[in-house]
Design a protein around this ligand. Structure first.
Ligand SMILES: [Zn+2]
Length: 143
């Protein structure tokens, strides 16, 4: 995803609308051209949206990776129903010929590749694994 750049922002303090560089908004340095009010709130909302969006995409990619590793296929409905590690494990186990332990190991190996040393709690939401804090300097790329 990509924001229109520059992006039109309406200042809530003075009501004026101007176009601001996305980079300045995401680095929380943008100030209203008219009154000098900090536009940080808009930048934080944009960051939140980007994080959520990226986490969603990463979750979908992770589920695809598990399908591929286990040589199984989830229907769209099934994939949409997967929220937690437990959901993924039980659905994947029901689809392949491996035991639950082997299936869990394969999921764990895929998570290790993402930097997890221990298997997260089975109730952990998959999306939360991909919601990372990022430094302001990393906010230049928004695609
Ligand atoms: Zn203003």
């Amino acid at each position: 995803m990509r924001y229109q750049d520059p992006l039109k922002i309406n200042c809530e303090k003075c009501g004026s609308t101007d176009s601001y560089p996305v980079k300045a908004l995401l680095s929380l340095t943008a100030k209203c051209f008219n009154c000098g009010n900090s536009l940080e709130k808009h930048g934080l909302e944009m960051r939140e949206f980007i994080l959520e969006n990226n986490a969603y995409i990463s979750t979908v990619e992770f589920i695809l990776e598990i399908e591929s590793k286990l040589n199984i296929e989830f229907s769209d409905e099934e994939a949409d129903s997967i929220e937690t590690i437990k959901d993924l494990l039980s659905l994947a186990t029901s689809k392949n010929n491996e035991s639950k332990d082997i299936t869990q190991l394969i999921i764990f190996n895929a998570l290790q590749a993402l930097g997890y040393d221990t298997l997260p709690d089975s109730g952990t939401k998959l999306k939360s694994l991909f919601l990372h804090d990022r430094k302001p300097g990393n906010w230049v790329r928004v695609d």
